[in-house]
Design a protein around this ligand. Structure first.
Ligand SMILES: Cc1cc2nc3c(=O)[nH]c(=O)nc-3n(C[C@H](O)[C@H](O)[C@H](O)COP(=O)(O)O)c2cc1C
Length: 187
C-alpha cells in the first residue's frame, strides 16, 4: 500500500514537471513587455500570440477604425485602399483604440504584414500616437516572401529618436526559433 502511494506521488510530480517544462517558458527579463500588432488576415496575429506566450507580455491589436475588406487589400488594383495608402507617404489610417498606460512598458514589439516592401501606413499612425521614446522597440513581420529589412530601415529613418532593434521576419517560425531570437535580443 505504502509503495503504491509513493508511486502515485512520484507520477504526479513527474507529470507536473513535464507540464511546466512544456508550457511555462520563463519571461526573458524583468522588463514589462507589450506586443502590438496589425494583421489584416491573421498571419501576423499568430506570430504576435507566439511572442506573447514566450515573453508572457501583453498583447495589443492595432485595429483600424475601418476594417480592410478583401477589395481594400487587392494590391493588383492600383485604386484599392491599400494601394492608395501605400502610394501616399502621408497617409495615416485611423486606429480604433489608443493604448493606455504606455509608460509602464520598457519593451514594445511591433508586428505587421509587409505591404509593398514596407510597414503598412497604420503602423505610422500607431507610432505617432504613442510615446515610444525611451523604450526598446522590436519590429517583427510576416510576408509573402519579402524581407523585413527595408521596412525597418524606413521606420528607423522616419523616427530617429526611437530605439529600434533590427527586426525579424516570422514567416512559418516555430516557438523554438522565436524563443532563440528573443533570447538573442538580450532584452
Ligand atoms: C496590400 C498588400 C501588399 C503586400 N505586399 C507584399 C510585399 O511587398 N511583399 C511580400 O512579401 N508580401 C506582401 N504582401 C503579403 C503579406 O505581407 C502576407 O500575406 C502577410 O503574411 C499577411 O499578414 P496578415 O495575415 O497578418 O495580414 C502584401 C499583402 C497585401 C494585402
Amino acid at each position: 500500500m505504502k509503495h503504491r502511494v509513493f508511486q502515485i506521488i512520484l507520477t504526479f510530480i513527474f507529470i507536473n514537471l513535464q507540464t511546466m517544462a512544456q508550457s511555462s517558458i520563463p519571461p526573458t527579463s524583468n522588463h514589462r513587455i507589450l506586443i502590438c500588432y496589425f494583421s489584416a488576415s491573421g498571419t501576423t496575429a499568430n506570430a504576435a500570440k507566439q511572442i506573447a506566450r514566450i515573453t508572457q507580455g501583453e498583447l495589443f491589436s492595432i485595429t483600424p477604425e475601418k476594417i480592410y475588406t478583401d477589395k481594400d487589400l487587392d494590391w493588383h488594383d492600383t485604386r484599392s485602399r491599400s494601394s492608395l495608402e501605400m502610394n501616399d507617404t502621408t497617409s495615416r489610417p485611423a486606429i480604433k483604440e489608443i493604448k493606455g498606460n504606455m509608460e509602464i512598458y520598457d519593451v514594445v514589439f511591433i508586428g505587421y504584414p509587409i505591404w509593398w516592401n514596407l510597414a503598412p501606413r497604420i503602423i505610422n499612425t500607431f507610432i505617432e500616437k504613442h510615446h515610444l521614446e525611451n523604450k526598446i522597440v522590436v519590429p517583427f513581420a510576416t510576408s509573402g516572401g519579402s524581407s523585413i529589412d527595408h521596412s525597418v530601415t524606413i521606420l528607423k529613418k522616419s523616427y530617429p529618436s526611437i530605439n529600434f532593434k533590427s527586426g525579424k521576419l516570422l514567416n512559418h517560425s516555430n516557438e523554438k526559433e522565436i524563443s532563440q531570437w528573443i533570447e538573442s535580443l538580450n532584452l
